[in-house]
Design a protein around this ligand. Structure first.
Ligand code: ACO
Length: 408
C-alpha cells in the first residue's frame, strides 16, 4: 500500500550470481583458459611456448595489441617502454617518504594513485571524458608509461625498506633484469649486472603472471576503467585488489604457511586442520582450474634453475611433502584442489632472497600488462559502457524514522 515493493526482481529476470561464479561480463580475444584440462593460451599461443621462447615485453605487446610484434615493432616497443622507466622527481620523493617497514604493495598502490596527479594530460576529468576512446596515441603513450614505471616503483619500494638510495633504471637491460638491477644492493657498483640465470628466471615468471583473464584484479581494472577514470587510478585500484591473500597475496601466504608447518612430520596434522576448516591450504585451488595449473608445472622447472644459482631452498622439502600428501588425499581430490601458480612462486622468490612481503609485488608488476590489455580492449570495443551490477535486495521493508529517545 506504500507503493514500494522491495522485491524489485518480480517484474523481470535477474541473474543472482554471488561472486560472479558463472557470469561472463565481457567477450574477450586476449586469454583462454580450459580449467578442466589445465590449459592456458594468450592470443592463441600456449603459455608453454611463450615461457620458453618469448620475453616479458614481447608477451605484454602480444596481450595488449593482439599479435606478436615484427622485429622493428618489438625494438621500438622495448625502446619506448625502457625509456619510460624514470619517475618524476617528486614522485620519487613521495616514495622515499614512506616508512621502511611499509608493505611494498602499499607503496605500489600509493605510487600509482599519485602518478595520476603527475599526469594531468592523462586525466579524462581534465581532458574530456572520451580521451581514451578518441585518442589512441594518448592511450598508447600511457600504456608505455605505466608498464615502464611499474618495475621502477617496485624496485624503489624495495630500496625504501632497505633504507638505501634509489638506483636509476637502465634502458639497455631486459625488463626483469633492469628491475633486479635497480633493487639489488650490489648494483651500487658501476659494472654490476644481475645473474643472467636469475634475470631469465624472473622474466619467465613475469610471462607466467602477465595475464589470466577475468581474475579479481583484472576485472577490477575493467570495472574501474568503465567509469572512464584515468588508467593510473585504475591501476592503483587493481593493485589493491591483487594485494589480498586470496589473490596475489597468496604467494606470501604460502611461505608463511610452510614456515609455520616447519617440517615434513607436521604435514599430516596441518592437512587434518585444513579438512576441519581450521586452516586454508594456500597455493591450492582455483576458481577456474579444476586440474593442475599449467603455470605451476613451468614454475617447478624454473625453481630448479634458481636453486642451482642460489642454493636449494630448504622449505621445498616440506612444500613437496605437503603437495604430495594433499594430492593423495581423497578430500582434496574430490574438491579438485590442485597447486596453483602461487604454490611454487614463493619458494623461488625466497631462494632468490626477496623478503616475504615483496612477493605480491612480483605478481603485480607483470600483471600490469594484463590489466592494460583488458583496459584497452574494453575501451576499444564497448567504449563508455559503465559496469554496474544489480543486486537482490533482502533488507527491511519501508519503515518510519524513530527519534533516538524512543528507540529500545
Ligand atoms: N584450502 C582448503 N580448502 C579449500 C581451498 C584451499 N586452498 N580452496 C578451496 N577449498 C574448499 C572450500 O572450502 C570449498 O569447500 P566446501 O565445498 O566444503 O565449502 C571448496 O574447496 C570449493 O572452494 P571455493 O572456496 O568455493 O572455491 P572458489 O572458487 O570460491 O575459491 C580460491 C578459489 C579463492 C582460489 C580458493 O581455492 C582459495 O582460497 N585458495 C587459497 C588461496 C590461493 O591460493 N589463492 C590464489 C589463487 S590463484 C591466483 O590468484 C593467482
Amino acid at each position: 500500500e506504500d507503493g514500494i515493493d522491495t522485491d524489485d526482481t518480480a517484474n523481470g529476470i535477474r541473474i543472482f550470481d554471488p561472486a560472479y561464479l558463472n557470469t561472463a561480463a565481457i567477450s574477450s580475444k586476449i586469454t583462454f583458459i580450459d580449467g578442466d584440462k589445465g590449459f592456458l593460451m594468450h592470443r592463441g599461443y600456449p603459455i608453454e611456448q611463450l615461457a620458453e621462447k618469448s620475453d616479458f615485453l614481447e608477451t605484454a605487446y602480444l596481450l595488449i595489441y593482439g599479435d606478436l610484434p615484427a622485429k622493428q615493432q618489438y625494438d621500438l616497443w622495448k625502446y619506448e617502454v625502457m625509456h619510460h622507466t624514470f619517475l618524476a622527481d617528486d614522485l620519487t620523493k613521495l616514495i622515499g617518504s614512506m616508512r621502511y617497514d611499509s608493505h611494498p604493495m602499499s607503496v605500489f598502490i600509493s605510487a600509482f594513485a599519485a602518478m595520476g596527479a603527475f599526469a594531468p594530460e592523462a586525466n579524462p576529468a581534465l581532458q574530456g571524458r572520451n580521451l581514451y576512446i578518441n585518442n589512441k596515441d594518448i592511450m598508447n603513450k600511457n600504456i608505455i608509461r605505466i608498464l615502464g614505471k611499474a618495475a621502477t616503483v617496485a624496485a624503489f619500494s624495495m630500496r625504501v625498506r632497505m633504507n638505501r638510495p634509489f638506483i636509476s633504471p637502465r634502458a639497455d637491460l631486459g625488463y626483469a633484469e633492469n628491475m633486479l638491477y635497480m633493487m639489488d644492493s650490489m648494483s651500487e657498483g658501476e659494472n654490476y649486472k644481475p645473474d643472467a640465470r636469475l634475470a631469465r628466471a624472473l622474466e619467465i615468471l613475469f610471462i607466467l603472471h602477465a595475464d589470466h583473464e577475468m581474475n579479481c584484479s583484472t576485472s577490477t581494472m575493467t570495472h574501474v576503467g568503465s567509469s572512464l577514470v584515468d588508467p593510473y587510478s585504475a591501476v592503483a585500484a587493481s593493485a589493491a585488489a591483487l594485494y589480498g591473500p586470496l589473490h596475489g597475496g597468496a604467494n606470501e601466504a604460502v611461505i608463511r604457511m610452510i614456515e609455520k608447518i616447519g617440517s615434513v612430520e607436521n604435514v599430516p596434522k596441518f592437512l587434518a586442520d585444513v579438512k576441519e576448516k581450521k586452516e586454508l591450504l594456500f597455493g591450492f585451488g582455483h576458481r577456474v582450474y579444476k586440474n593442475t595449473d599449467p603455470r605451476s608445472k613451468i614454475i617447478k622447472e624454473v625453481s630448479e634453475t634458481v636453486f642451482e644459482a642460489c642454493g636449494r631452498e630448504p622449505l621445498i622439502e616440506v612444500a613437496i611433502a605437503l603437495k604430495d600428501a594433499a594430492l593423495a588425499d581423497p578430500w582434496f581430490v574430490e574438491k579438485k584442489l590442485y597447486p596453483n601458480v602461487d604454490y611454487w612462486s614463493g619458494l623461488i622468490y625466497k631462494a632468490m632472497g626477496f623478503p616475504l612481503d615483496f612477493y605480491p609485488i612480483l605478481f603485480a608488476v607483470p600483471r600490469v600488462a594484463g590489466w592494460l590489455a583488458h583496459w584497452k580492449q574494453a575501451l576499444d570495443t564497448s567504449g563508455a559502457k559503465i559496469w554496474r551490477p544489480r543486486q537482490v535486495y533482502v533488507g527491511e521493508k519501508l519503515r518510519d524514522y524513530i527519534p533516538m529517545e524512543q528507540r529500545a
